[in-house]
Design a protein around this ligand. Structure first.
Ligand code: NAD
Length: 263
């Protein structure tokens, strides 16, 4: 139902690419003002921002805040509040991956993954919660992963961060249950985005496989449907979680993984 989020304002972290960009577009298509965030080519990001405004008649902003830095995260939320008057919807989506056997896992990669994939959500949530509580309405959505439910070898930091994100989400859901604010995780299986594409060479190395073998025997092997999830399917779920129909859906971790975690 186009326009269902008119008058709402959203911050979507990691929305210059992939799933986050699809979520930002879908929220804008429903009429929400949107703060984009993430890295990438400045001209391409500005183009996306302008397209959102002209295509959907909403206000779109961009923050280059680094999700590894708590002070920049809080400043991004304050900038969105100043520009939109409020933040009704927070989507914690920014994420990075590194694939390596644990004995070779670079400690700095571990720290970065925990910071960006887990601790960033803590900082963003603590920044938006007081005003959401005051308005008695809010939606907090975090992009976790099938790896929040099951592990795969060579992804120790990522699996740890995503399991942690579910714990944070459950806790926040309980704390805000009587305040009209829901908190949920959406957990994709494999979605064909730069994040997946970039881990193929390391997976080839770690497992001694060809690119085709990684795609068919590692990635799609996990998914009984044998198809990648699409970013648009993840975005449609995020829009649903923002609806009144989802007002009692809180503290959940919803898999969209072609049956992977049914195994
Ligand atoms: P992507 O690489 O296309 O997008 C990641 C986004 O995060 C980009 O906008 C990037 O600029 C941003 N980002 C990275 N580091 C950042 C930082 N320090 N500060 C701010 N922004 C930063 O990846 P994607 O596949 O769209 O991933 C989005 C989320 O979905 C991630 O949390 C990822 O773990 C999760 N996920 C993806 C898949 C998949 O198969 N693609 C599966 C499960 C979960």
């Amino acid at each position: 139902m186009a326009g269902s989020l008119k008058g709402k304002a959203a911050v979507v972290t990691g929305s210059t690419s992939g799933i986050g960009l699809a979520i930002a577009k879908a929220l804008a298509a429903e009429g929400a003002d949107v703060m984009l965030n993430g890295f990438g080519d400045a001209a391409a990001i500005e183009q996306e921002r302008l397209c959102l405004q002209t295509d959907y008649g909403i206000k779109a902003l961009y923050s280059g805040a680094d999700m590894a830095k708590g002070d920049e995260i809080v400043a991004m939320i304050r900038a969105a509040e100043a520009a939109f008057g409020k933040v009704d919807i927070l989507v914690n989506n920014a994420g990075i991956q590194h694939v390596s056997p644990i004995e070779d896992f670079p400690p700095e990669k571990w720290d970065a993954i925990i910071a960006i994939n887990l601790t960033a959500a803590f900082h963003a949530v603590r920044a938006v919660v007081p005003a959401m509580k005051a308005r008695q309405w809010g939606r907090i959505i975090s992009t976790a992963s099938a790896h929040s439910l099951v592990a795969s070898p060579f992804k120790s930091a990522y699996v740890t961060a995503k399991h942690g994100l579910v714990g944070l989400t459950k806790t926040v859901a309980l704390e805000l249950a009587t305040h009209g604010v829901t908190a949920n995780c959406i957990s994709p299986g494999y979605v064909w985005t730069p994040l997946v594409e970039k881990q193929i060479p390391d997976t080839m190395k770690a497992r001694g496989l060809t690119k085709e073998q990684v795609i068919n025997d590692v990635l799609l092997e996990a998914q009984p449907t044998k198809q990648f999830v699409t970013s648009e399917q993840m975005a449609a779920l995020a829009v649903f979680l923002c609806s009144d129909a989802a007002a009692q859906l809180t503290g959940a971790n919803i898999p969209v993984d072609g049956g992977w975690t049914a195994h």
